[in-house]
Design a protein around this ligand. Structure first.
Ligand code: NOJ
Ligand code: CA
Length: 568
């Protein structure tokens, strides 16, 4: 099978506001990002996923777009975007954009027109309904809390919003909406982008008859529905997610993207493998979110996840694994144990780069950036966190300091702080005298920075570079089949990746404990060529029957003889 570029690639998500500020206004920009492309090239990533860079009032950090074919002025100009794209391509790095199809900003000219009168030609571009019994049309909640309906006084009707009231949902049953968004897709493809990450793709359609959901919860009690128990989440949003028509729409989008040369890619922000369609007629990739939906990445969790995920993918579909993004806590903080964080961060990266599938990394992960700890409500930028703080203090009477503690422990601001380039004030993200849009994490002075780690062969950054290089040079780690070797161990994970094309088989052993251990796989007459060990083993060739793993060891070897068998 010939692998497509997006199957071989490692993606790296950039949050434009937080990556590099060139003009000193405290906000990341395209000039800053372009200046860091050599860094990304050296790091060894193949593709960038850019979070939204479009003009936006910024009530949802750019996921509220007011112009789909523009560039946010604080980030630069369309010329600067094109320069960035061309410079990335020159280095062999592809770039995909964030495509927010479900909703616009309420400041988008389309919505301004739509809300202006009931008979405006764009009225039906959004979802307008009359109220019921003096209230909203039904009991639906917005994912970010409160009713999903907002009364608009100009016309006395309600509009629907799956997220914030400032993010009205487009009416995808109107062919003009579809045509307008498809021309947006063409605009960026014509400029040469390599594909899109599709935001909140399950929210595109709603049940046309607006039936009430059956969960006994007030919409006002919700701050972020993603935090609800799984079953409650689905009961609440039953009529607002994954509605009929979605797959046909994805097929149309896929055909559009496929009409361009270069294997442009579509990555859905969803975990349902149904978005692969028949395997090759809808989205190319959907995130394996269940892998990261855990407090600890244990061997048992990973094994169960892989067993289920790989089994449910339709033939021809390719997995996509990630551990962090702009909506979730930092990998370092989330999966660390407070004692062995540095070792665990290495283990988790090794996992992501050796599992079958396309890995997606999040900026700053490579230097071990940790959750930002905010203490002042004035520093919050995540609108849902600001709302949660108000609810706690104003409605529930929680004391300000205690409320801030609760909000600080959940806000998405935690993982969006500026990239830490060096140990100077503001971490080299912006000039020392500038005011970054979110505070820089103080640990940039404590070795968590690119400059501090760059020349240190023992640093996390060096580990990332080394493993990314190894993956690139090792066909089995990119394209090989995954086969689990030990179905039970609580302490380690052992699997092979076997690439039929090259005949190469790699053994991956990950020790998740702070103890030495001997893996329970039957080594037989097995010999292996050591490709990597986090312990720095001196031997080039390994006999595996007496192999002992050191604490938290990552060991990758190319098998030289018959594959190992599971011990009976
Ligand atoms: C998912 C995005 O990842 C998140 O950041 C955003 O708030 C919602 N979609 C709404 O666009
Ligand atoms: Ca700037």
């Amino acid at each position: 099978m010939t692998m497509k570029w997006w199957q071989r690639s490692v993606f790296y998500q950039i949050y434009p506001r937080s990556f590099a500020d060139q003009n000193g206004d405290g906000i990341g920009d395209f000039a800053g990002m372009a200046a860091k492309l050599d860094y990304l090239h050296r790091l060894g990533v193949d593709a960038i996923w850019l979070s939204p860079h479009f003009p936006s009032p910024f009530l949802d950090c750019g996921y509220d777009i007011s112009d789909y074919t523009g560039v946010a002025p604080e980030y630069g100009t369309i010329e600067e975007f094109s320069h960035f794209l061309q410079q990335a391509h020159t280095r062999g790095i592809r770039v995909i954009l964030d495509l927010v199809l479900n909703h616009t900003s309420d400041q988008h000219p389309w919505f301004r027109e739509s809300r202006s009168s009931r008979d405006n030609p764009r009225r039906d571009w959004y979802i307008w309904r009359d109220g019921r019994d003096g209230g909203p049309p039904n009991n639906w909640a917005a994912i970010f809390g409160g009713s999903a309906w907002q009364l608009d006084p100009t016309t006395g009707q309600y509009y629907y919003h799956a997220f914030l009231p400032e993010q009205p949902d487009l009416n995808w049953r109107n062919p003009e909406v579809k045509a307008a968004l498809w021309s947006v897709v063409r605009f960026w493809l014509d400029l040469g982008v390599d594909g899109f990450r599709l935001d909140a793709i399950a929210t595109i359609f709603e049940h046309p008859e607006l039936p009430d959901h059956t969960l006994a919860v007030s919409p006002d009690a919700i701050v972020d529905a993603n935090e609800l128990p799984w079953d409650d989440y689905w009961q609440l949003l039953h009529f607002q997610l994954h509605q009929p028509g979605l797959h046909e729409l994805m097929q149309e989008l896929r055909a559009l993207v496929d009409s361009y040369p270069g294997d442009r890619v579509l990555i859905g922000e969803d975990e349902q493998v149904a978005f692969h369609g028949s395997g090759d007629d809808e989205l190319h990739l959907v995130f394996n979110f269940p892998l990261m939906r855990t407090e600890r990445l244990t061997p048992a969790h990973i094994r169960a996840n892989q067993a289920q995920r790989l089994a449910e993918l339709p033939p021809g579909a390719w997995p996509c694994n990630t551990l962090g993004n702009h909506d979730s806590p930092r990998v370092w903080s989330r999966y660390g144990d407070g004692t062995h964080d540095a070792a665990l961060a290495r283990l988790h990266l090794a996992l992501l780069l050796t599992l079958k599938g396309t890995p997606v990394l999040y900026y700053g992960e490579e230097i071990g950036m940790a959750n930002l700890e905010l203490s002042d409500p004035g520093q919050l930028r995540d609108t849902t966190a600001i709302r949660r703080y108000r609810m706690l203090t104003e409605r529930e009477g929680v004391a300000p300091q205690a409320a801030m503690g609760l909000v600080a422990a959940s806000t998405r601001d935690r993982c969006r702080s500026p990239m830490q380039w060096n140990s100077t004030p503001n971490a080299g993200f912006c000039p020392p005298e500038a005011h970054p849009w979110l505070p820089v994490h103080p640990n940039h002075r404590l070795g968590v920075s690119v400059a501090d780690q760059e020349g240190d062969p023992g640093s996390l950054l060096s580990f990332y570079r080394h493993l990314l290089g190894l993956r690139r040079a090792t066909p089995a780690l990119v394209s090989g089949d995954y086969q689990l070797l030990d179905p039970e161990s609580e302490a380690y994970l052992a699997f092979t990746r076997r690439d039929p094309a090259s005949g190469q088989t790699c053994l991956v052993l990950l020790n998740f404990t702070p103890a030495q251990l001997t893996p329970g796989i039957d080594p037989g007459a097995l010999r292996g060529r050591l490709l990597f060990s986090s312990t720095g083993r001196p031997d080039h060739e390994l006999t595996l029957h007496d192999l002992t793993l050191t604490p938290f060891e990552v060991l990758i070897a190319e098998l030289l003889e018959a594959e190992p068998r599971t011990r009976n």
